[in-house]
Design a protein around this ligand. Structure first.
Ligand code: PLP
Length: 379
């Protein structure tokens, strides 16, 4: 079955009691049991809910995985993954992961005895060097937020398998339409469903997909014990969004390529980070493990003042955090998504004060380019 067909049909059956072609939103906390221990597979909605189950099956199919789990947000899903660990364990993560991942690691999980090192994973050798006797996980984001660095997935798998480390990929930017980490042997795929999967900037959610049954069982246990589950309404919204994921991603990809090419030749833009550009240092690697380059671009204007001026001057592009919606969003990582990363660390990972991030929407690309053109003319 092709990707678009799976997006629309995998895990989804018309409702047996009414024929409703759309999955019902099962707004219920509990389920009537026929007799003690005799029920239809559902007992309490923190444990499982039929609408959530459909989404979990659907995303598992899209990521070529066996099982999926849905959480209240991407961060809730990430927390569940780190709850697989014990105090004293060590994690190696990509150096410019989502700002919230860094905050969770350093300002929350650190106090529970989990030790994190953030390394440049564009070279797998840097992961190898960072491995300690207590290392248990390697957490990679590729492409990374916001500098669009790529990590070699087969390389990570080889390293992790040899040392029995759990490998995790945050696949939020690429989506399963462009990249399937499990196909390379990655253990856990993570999504902020808030972004491209939902695609309409109107819900929050997190999704995890795995092939490993033992890890899935433990994560399901954490999901029901901690309770950071996705609500039935959000699960339904996400299912609705995923139906058009393929057409949206194809358009995001086309539009972003054009916007990146425009920015790349503009004399006021110092540098453009987009894996689809031949000038991107890892363009070839991106081509090898992805089926396109996605809708995220970052570019450097050289200073905070110039970035501010651009962000004040855009009209169609909306100044906002988040990404992956149908509308074009523009943001300033250093003061927005990466504000909790210390200045020195920001500098080290390339999140300069002049860096602007753009989530290219699916509007007419001529309008997006025209807006950026007029805003650049003002700086
Ligand atoms: C947004 C995001 C997250 C966090 O997801 P929420 O749904 O906001 O909790 C994690 N990783 C990446 C790459 C993101 O963009």
């Amino acid at each position: 079955m092709g990707f678009s067909t799976k997006a629309i049909h995998a895990g989804i059956e018309p409702d047996p009691s009414t024929g409703s072609i759309m999955t019902p939103i099962h707004l219920t906390s509990t389920y009537v049991q026929e007799a003690l221990g005799k029920h239809k597979g559902y007992e309490y909605s923190r444990v499982s809910n039929p609408t959530r189950t459909v989404l979990e099956k659907n995303i598992a199919a899209l990521e070529n995985g066996k099982e999926g789990l849905a959480f209240a947000s991407g961060m809730a899903a990430e927390s569940a993954i780190f709850q697989l660990l014990k105090s004293g364990d060590h994690v190696i993560a990509s150096r410019n992961v989502y700002g919230g991942t860094y905050r969770l690691a350093k300002l929350v999980l650190h106090d529970y005895g989990l030790d994190f090192d953030f390394v440049d994973t564009t070279d797998v050798a840097n992961i190898k060097v960072a491995i300690k006797p207590n290392t248990k996980m390697v957490f990679v984001e590729t492409p990374t937020n916001p500098t669009m660095e790529i990590t070699d997935l087969p390389g990570v798998v080889k390293l992790c398998r040899a040392r029995k480390l759990i490998s995790i990929v945050d696949n939020t930017f690429a989506t399963p339409y462009l990249q399937n980490p499990l196909d390379f042997g990655i253990d856990i795929v993570l999504h902020s469903a808030t972004k491209y999967l939902n695609g309409h900037s109107d819900m929050l959610g997190g999704l995890i997909v795995l092939n490993n049954h033992a890890l899935t069982e433990r994560l399901r246990f954490i999901q029901k014990s901690v309770g950071a589950i996705m609500s039935p309404f959000e699960a339904w919204m996400c299912l609705r969004g995923i139906k058009t994921l393929a057409v949206r991603m194809a358009r995001h990809d086309l539009n972003a390529m054009e916007v990146a090419a425009f920015l790349n030749t503009h004399r006021k833009v110092k540098k453009v980070n987009y894996p689809g550009l031949v000038s991107h240092p890892q363009h070839r690697l991106a081509q090898k493990q992805m089926r396109g380059f996605g809708g995220m671009i970052s570019f450097d204007l050289g200073s905070l003042a110039r970035a501010k001026k651009l962000l004040r001057s855009v009209r169609l592009c909306s100044l906002a955090e988040s990404l992956g919606g149908v509308e074009t969003l523009i943001s300033h990582p250093a003061t927005m998504t990466h504000a909790s990363v210390p200045p020195d660390e920001r500098k080290r990972i390339g999140v300069t004060d002049g860096l602007v991030r753009i989530s290219v929407g699916i509007e007419d690309v001529e309008d997006i380019v025209a807006d950026l053109k007029q805003a650049l003319a003002r700086i």
